[in-house]
Design a protein around this ligand. Structure first.
Ligand code: IPM
Ligand code: MN
Length: 353
């Protein structure tokens, strides 16, 4: 397969983890006879510095023309604690999602047996946890009307029936391909948008009789995720709830550096770690590249290349088993390895297999 991939490293640790994703992708491509053509583009603070715009037109063009986007992270300390600044790195990511029509963000949460001890949660409660959070990505408060002055501010949360229905159908589809259980997470006891989500959910559930549907308030879901994460198979929720719950999900896996995601919809799909740019670690060679590398696995799988994805997952498992881990994952007293070293080790494993 020939694939043109838009490469958007962004800010902070973005460039260093991006390089590891590229190494893994190239190793897999060489092995299976695929041709990957990478095109670099700017996003986030890097794009603001160069052009004044966190998602320049040129970047949009590169993304639109590509088969996939491999995105890393945006965010920069110069913008934190500066609520007065109206042009912000994160707007680049939001603009990309919106302009590419990527309404469905797929965030798998699972555990690795050899990392169970890293979670603050009891091993016997999390072992075997394996669920997918489907996060709506182009609606809700993130994109509603906004206003901000010194005395008053608001972010409108708005959803149309069409926006709700299309994301729920994605979630029902996942549930049908997995364990046939779907949890629709909302706050229908308080929010009007949530009540519409629940109504549409009840209506279309009748078209999926093989899926057992459960409705759950988000506060309860946040608790259940910690108490009994194995009770979830597929969960679907609106944008802000999904953002919050998936960071919580990373605590089940053991590190923020482990969770990949795929953002899909009408335009070029984007494959992106769920973590941020961790500017304090930039250039220190300590960032965990696994979320990025697993995002590459999701990219191959998206194109129906299951074996390629599997090989990347095997390489990641092997690196963990062999103790080739960045500091966030290293066992007590064990040596930790750098971002580049782990990335190269995984690419070599793929090449050798
Ligand atoms: C994520 C991130 C982004 C989000 C930020 C960087 C805008 O936290 O992908 O979860 O809130 O969607
Ligand atoms: Mn987030």
């Amino acid at each position: 397969m020939n694939l043109t991939i838009a490469l958007l490293p962004g800010d902070g640790i973005g460039p260093e983890i991006s390089r590891q994703g590229v190494k893994a992708a190239n190793a897999v491509a060489a092995k299976f006879g695929h041709r990957l053509h990478f095109r670099h583009a700017l996003i986030g603070a890097a794009a603001i510095d160069a052009t004044g715009d966190p998602f320049p037109e040129e970047t949009y063009k590169v993304c639109s023309e590509a088969d996939a986007v491999l995105f890393s992270a945006v965010g920069d300390l110069r913008f934190d604690n500066r609520p007065d600044l109206t042009v912000r790195p994160e707007q680049g990511l939001l603009a990309m999602r919106k302009k590419l029509g990527l309404f469905a963000n797929i965030r798998p949460v699972n555990t690795f047996d050899c990392l169970l001890h890293l979670s603050p949660l009891r091993e016997d409660r999390i072992k075997g946890a394996d669920f997918v959070c489907i996060r709506e990505l182009t609606g809700g408060m993130y994109f509603g009307d906004k206003q901000q002055d010194d005395n008053h501010a608001f972010d409108v949360c708005s959803y149309t029936r069409g926006e709700i229905e299309r994301i729920l159908r994605v979630a029902f589809g996942y549930a049908q391909r997995r364990r046939h259980h779907l949890t629709i997470v909302d706050k229908a006891n308080v929010l009007a948008t949530s009540r519409l989500w629940r109504k549409v959910g009840q209506e279309i559930a009748t078209e999926y009789p093989d899926v057992e549907v459960e409705f759950m308030y988000v506060d309860n879901a946040a608790m259940r995720m910690i108490q009994d994460p194995r009770s979830f198979d597929v969960m679907v929720t609106e944008n802000t709830f999904g953002d919050i719950l998936t960071d919580e999900g990373s605590v089940i896996s053991g590190s923020m550096g482990l969770l990949p995601s795929a953002s899909t919809g009408s335009g070029t799909p984007v494959f992106e770690p769920i973590h941020g740019s961790w500017p304090q670690a930039a250039g220190k060679d300590i960032a965990n590249p696994l979320a990025q590398i697993l995002s590459v696995a999701m990219m191959f799988e998206h194109f129906g290349l299951a074996e390629e994805g599997q090989l990347i997952r095997r390489a990641v498992d092997a690196s963990l088993a062999e103790g080739i881990r960045t500091p966030d994952l290293a066992a007590e007293g064990a040596q930790a390895y750098g971002t580049e070293y782990v990335g190269t080790w995984i690419a070599d494993y793929i090449s050798r297999s």
